[in-house]
Design a protein around this ligand. Structure first.
Ligand SMILES: C[S@@+](CC[C@H](N)C(=O)[O-])C[C@H]1O[C@@H](n2cnc3c(N)ncnc32)[C@H](O)[C@@H]1O
Length: 208
């Protein structure tokens, strides 16, 4: 709100000439000071209006940015899942080379004997870890492999399923649950693809 720039102190019209002169001088000085104060107040008023407008603009920009980030995040999450749901050629999963799972299973065995253990694998792909497990530790208790791709799960089932002991299930590591206990979780080249991080999946694994 603008305050009008007008004098607010007037000569009261005193009796003595000297007093009148003094009153006039004081009044004039007061007028000038008040004008300065009013002018400053008006300036501050304008500044406050400007800051308010800038805040409004910044808030709008932040809201737009937040919407863009949320959309991008939702898209990335969808992409991180749809990327694996298809039926890409097996070797595409490991840089167009068939890789052995033996070194991985042997390394696991250095830390934990898989003999007699109930094993869960996240993202078995074309089953190289399972092949190695079967060969190196044939007397594991049971194995469940979960993968996003229905086609891959079908192939793994056709190739490896042993009634009861070995099962493959189409499931998302984000949200699956098991109705039986497991002892060991194995995975390779899988968690790095989880978006936005594997923390949440880790939570899922801890809860089964
Ligand atoms: C790069 S491949 C690795 C395959 C295998 N582990 C290997 O090393 O040969 C990644 C695998 O993880 C699976 N995968 C990716 N995200 C998954 C998720 N959220 N839940 C279950 N499986 C997932 C993919 O379908 C794919 O089979």
């Amino acid at each position: 709100m603008q305050i009008p720039l007008k004098p607010v102190v007037r000569n009261s019209g005193g009796t003595a000439a000297a007093k009148s002169t003094l009153d006039d001088a004081v009044a004039t000085e007061l007028d000038a000071t008040l004008k300065k104060i009013i002018s400053k107040l008006n300036y501050l008023d304008k500044q406050i209006e400007t800051v308010k407008k800038q805040n409004e603009w910044t808030r709008n920009q932040l809201q737009r940015l937040e919407a863009v980030i949320l959309t991008a995040e939702a898209n990335l999450k969808t992409q991180s899942l749809t990327r694996w749901e298809g039926d890409e050629a097996d070797l595409k999963l490991t840089w167009s080379r068939e890789l052995s799972g033996d070194p991985y299973i042997r390394k696991v065995m250095e830390h934990c004997d898989l003999k007699g253990k109930r094993v869960l694998e996240i993202g078995p792909g074309y089953g190289r870890l399972f092949k190695a497990l079967k060969q190196i530790v044939p007397d594991f208790a049971s194995y469940i492999g979960i993968d996003l791709s229905t086609a891959r799960i079908q192939r793994l089932t056709d190739q490896f399923e042993e009634n009861g002991r070995v099962r493959f299930m189409c499931a998302n590591a984000d949200s699956f649950s098991l109705d039986e206990p497991i002892d060991v979780v194995i995975f390779t080249l899988t968690f790095k693809y989880f978006y936005p991080s594997f923390k949440r999946r880790w939570g899922t694994l801890n809860s089964i």
